[in-house]
Design a protein around this ligand. Sequence first.
Ligand code: GLN
Length: 393
Amino acid sequence: MPVLCLNFTFYPLMQISSPLPKVGTNIFTIMSGLAAETGAINLGQGFPDYPMDQELHQLVAKAMASGHNQYAPMPGLPSLRNAIAAKIERIYGAKVDPANEITITPGGTYAIYTAFTTILAEGDEVIVLEPSYDSYVPNIEINKAKAILIPLKVPGYGVDWQAVEKAITPKTKAIIINSPHNPTGAVLSKVDMLELERITEGTNIFIVSDEVYEHLIFDGIEHQSVLRYPKLLERSFVCFSFGKVYNCTGWKQGYCVAPAALMKEFRKVHQFNAFSCFTPTQVALAEYLFNEQAYLRLAGELQTKRDYFISLMKQTKFSLQPSYGSYFICGTYEKISEEGDKDFAIRLTKEIGVATIPVSAFYQDGKDDKVLRFCFSKKQATLEKAVERLVKL
Ligand code: GLN
């Protein structure tokens, strides 16, 4: 009830019961904020510091100038969905119906969130492999389901499929996979995909597959997309990102691929959330997607950056773990400090001038192996400047 006090009306403080009581501000926001505040070199949040292809943003300007500025259709521009279907057939050999099985989304994370919201009900269980990208568990919990956490094997971050199989119960609604993997740079092999196929066969378990780094894969390894496995695809929501593929993470545009019956429900959720995505970039991407080289050359370019970063880091006391894909490589600082990884990452940002991501942020219980994640999708000069600073430790 309002209380009158002189000529002001005070309302009692509104109470809110948090839908995510365990969650604070996410680590990328914190570390990028701290980097901006202190002027540190940002090897934390995953984004390139070099320009995207001029041809692509010129196509966006052209699209805007020629009047493509109104709502795109709810599932996405048909020409873009057609181009995606053609690309999927070309590189993964899957026939996907662009009208009913592809939806353009505001980014990969949104696609994952929407997939979970589409399938989860209270009390459901979702198997999550840890360390895991920080949005998965909150996405599951906000849908009143429970994350069943299975650790990836150490060293190497391979999947313990026996443990996954043992964790399956009648309540298991989904398994989320991510390859190339954020934060570790591990990748799933054909054997992994066949194991996943075997343990889900004959069940009602959905798969949510985070493949935002599909083209960022090194050493000649082939990306094992769910799209290559028809038996997996029939139960999957496969999530992709244009931002990661075309060096424009700020565009927040991606897409989800799923069989028609699943996609029909996905669209029911999407239509009352974002409804549709920014039109000019869709017009541009529809044209640009036919340029195969633009996405196929990425792996080589990024592999050069990975290798350069590894060679520079040899001058420091960090020990890097292998990375086979993504923007990231992890490394332990055991030889430098005994501090917890969050404290160490904050000190590194403030005192040394290099921001990173503490890997404990990817564990629900904050497991701290004294490992930091470095983003190497940066200009050569940025990597050099960062390592010049890290050598001082
Ligand atoms: N995917 C990016 C990363 O792992 C961050 C995206 C975000 O900040 N939400 O760094």
